[in-house]
Design a protein. Structure first.
Lengths: 381, 267
């Protein structure tokens, strides 16, 4: 089995990280229909997604929708997901996607949590090893901030400082020579943006304004990432996503919190009598991830293949080398000859399997990677 | 005297400093951490384990009537670090696993004991909180149902479903045996998985005897043994073949010398 491709979500608390992951998995399932590839979740991931989907459903059924009412994440969670061949379940590409409580980004908060720093260090290691960094953005905070005090509250609410710091570490790790052969993709994913688009049941005409504000507010983070990645390219994708689709922001409040800072509350209504989400553009994330795989997988598999070929060549050379009279007796009598023959057979079989897997999965993943992005989605570099 | 009960919850304001944290006192060690990947910490789950400090119980997903400023329901988590001296209380807490009413009642009692304003004030640092663990422990007695009868606890690791009476009674027996140092390892509920395979994975990961109560089992609920997982393939210790080679070589030399001697003798 290949090691899993890692991806991580980097966003503040209550932005909707878990909802985003659920939407990505749901839309990917639809995109893969009829391709001969399925998305397979391990049991724990499957249960986590199911629980979250039930909570989303309940939230929609309550009619007075509250996007912030879902239970937040209390501990880190790894979503173990594979793209798997229908014909052969051993043919699969595994992904490991990290979700964690957004407040862990805040070093002051970590000081109050027993063992918080140790757990965050583990998360950081995963983030740094990730080929994709997914940055969910609460679009309603960006778009509804109109007055100077509201605009002044945006960096704190979206934890720009903390997000930038983690993005910097990710980019600098991706820049190391040992990671040059791996892909690096940063996805900016505005969420809760149903109100601003007219392509998923709404009448919004603010797509350009949203793009402009994301570019403006997240420009410094992109500059940091580009500045750190001096030796390589980092692909940047802008993907505004509807995780619910059937809700629409009606009113935004900016109440003064107990510490004197402005908070943000959003009130949503459900469009019509919809009770199931209508996800939009979430599949772009998996498409981008598959493009990473196409770029990086051949290299990873190639390394395994090269190692096996080297093993095979070594075994054959040992078998054929001149060993002399006593050496030959020792070679046969000690059992090395039998072991060598068995190892040759095993290694040859592994080489064949790797080559077959390369052909089968590559074909399928390439098809997914070639899927056109939703028109909302734009590559920014 | 009952062991202190550490209480984790959050305040109503949305700022990070009001987020989930232990109030009043923090358990000296997070002994339950190893199992959190095998449970859903935001749901109803109970974990009992022997650890360096004794036999602890971790109860999570206890509902509160409180909502945070964004409308999100707030939960409680309780940790009692050592109940070796009070196995009956441990059994009563463990029995919450199959009592949604008991969970609700515990949440109501906690809400009554610590009202929303007080919790916010404690987190702000405006009110003393040293008495929180003692008060939490003291109110437990009135919130829990009487102890249920125990069953047979199969040795080693096993998994059972919450709907199976024998499994429930075995689970209580296991936590009692953990408290009495007659068993090692973990007893915990799980909503994170519902299959025997999931249980095997958890047992292999924890590397200790486990008794797992599935709260949402896929398929049968009756107790099933979790055989020790397939560890790394055993490598048979290979005996050195050097004596054999030396012996055979000497025999070959002797044979050659013998042939040479016979040929010379016959010549």
């Amino acid at each position: 089995m290949n090691p899993a491709f890692k991806a991580a979500v980097l966003g503040p608390t209550r932005v909707g990280k878990t909802t985003l992951l659920t939407a990505i998995l749901d839309e990917t399932k639809q995109m893969l229909a009829g391709t001969g590839v399925i998305i397979s979740l391990d049991e724990r991931t499957q249960r986590r997604v199911r629980t979250h989907r039930q909570e989303m459903q309940q939230a929609l059924l309550q009619r007075e929708f509250n996007a912030y009412a879902l239970a937040g994440t209390q501990d880190e969670a790894y979503y173990h997901v594979s793209l798997q061949s229908v014909a052969d379940e051993d043919v699969r590409i595994p992904f490991s996607i990290l979700d964690y409580p957004g407040k862990w980004l805040d070093p002051d908060f970590l000081d109050t949590v027993a063992d918080g720093k140790r757990k965050w260090r583990e998360c950081e290691e995963h983030i740094k090893a990730s080929v994709m960094l997914l940055v969910p953005i609460d679009a309603s905070i960006l778009m509804e901030a109109e007055t100077p005090p509201q605009r002044g509250a945006v960096p704190g609410l979206l934890q720009f400082g903390d997000v930038e710091e983690v993005a910097r570490k990710w980019a600098s790790t991706r820049n190391l020579a040992e990671h040059h052969h791996e892909p690096a993709v940063l996805v900016l994913a505005p969420l809760k943006c149903e109100k601003y688009f007219d392509d998923n049941g709404g009448w919004g005409r603010d797509a350009d304004e949203l793009r402009k504000r994301v570019a403006e507010w997240y420009g410094p983070m992109l500059d940091i990432v580009r500045g750190e990645a001096t030796q390589r390219d980092i692909k940047i994708i802008y993907a505004p996503i509807d995780t619910y689709g059937v809700v629409e922001l009606m009113e935004a409040d900016w109440p003064r919190e107990s510490d004197g800072r402005l908070g943000f509350r959003a009130h949503y209504r459900i469009r019509g009598d919809k009770t199931t989400p209508s996800v939009k553009a979430a599949g772009a994330v998996m498409t981008a991830l598959c493009q990473c795989v196409v770029d990086g997988w051949a290299v990873a598999e190639g390394r395994v293949l090269a190692a096996r070929q080297h093993d095979y060549a070594r075994l054959v050379a040992r078998d054929r080398e001149r060993k002399g009279f006593w050496g030959t007796i020792g070679y046969y009598v000690s059992g090395e000859s039998a072991r060598n023959a068995a190892d040759q057979g095993k290694t040859a079989m592994e080489i064949t399997q790797i080559e077959q897997r390369q052909q089968q999965v590559r074909k399928s993943v390439e098809a997914l990677a070639a899927t056109a992005y939703d028109p909302r989605v734009e590559p920014w570099s | 005297m009952t062991a202190p009960a550490y209480l984790m919850t959050r305040g109503r304001p949305r700022e990070n400093r009001y987020d989930y944290q232990f109030i009043g006192a923090v358990p000296p060690a997070r002994w339950w951490d190893a199992v959190t990947k095998h449970v859903q910490t935001t749901q109803r789950e109970i974990v009992v384990a022997r650890h360096e400090g004794g036999v602890g119980v971790y109860v999570t997903g206890v509902p509160s009537e409180r909502r945070d400023a964004g409308g999100t329901p707030i939960r409680y988590t309780l940790v009692l670090d050592d109940l070796r001296d009070d196995p009956v209380l441990l059994q009563r807490i463990a029995a919450l696993a199959w009592s949604a009413d008991g969970y609700e009642r515990l949440g109501e009692q906690l809400d009554k004991e610590f009202d929303a304003d007080r919790i916010d004030a404690i987190i702000r640092g405006d009110e003393p909180a040293e008495d929180v663990p003692a008060r939490t422990a003291a109110m437990l007695d009135s919130a829990l149902e009487p102890a249920a009868s125990l069953g047979d606890d199969p040795a080693g690791s096993w998994v059972g479903g919450v709907k199976d009476r024998d499994a429930r009674r075995a689970f209580l027996a296991r936590v009692t045996r953990l408290a009495a140092a007659e068993a090692e390892g973990w007893a915990f509920t799980s909503q994170a998985f519902g299959t025997l395979r999931g249980a095997h994975e958890a047992a292999a990961d924890l590397r200790a005897p486990v008794a797992i109560m599935l709260l949402d089992p896929d398929g049968t609920s009756s107790i099933q043994e979790i055989a020790p997982g397939k560890g790394p393939a055993l490598v048979k210790e290979r005996r050195s073949r050097i004596p054999l080679i030396v012996g055979l070589s000497l025999a070959a030399v002797a044979l050659i010398l013998a042939i040479v001697w016979i040929m010379r003798s016959s010549a």
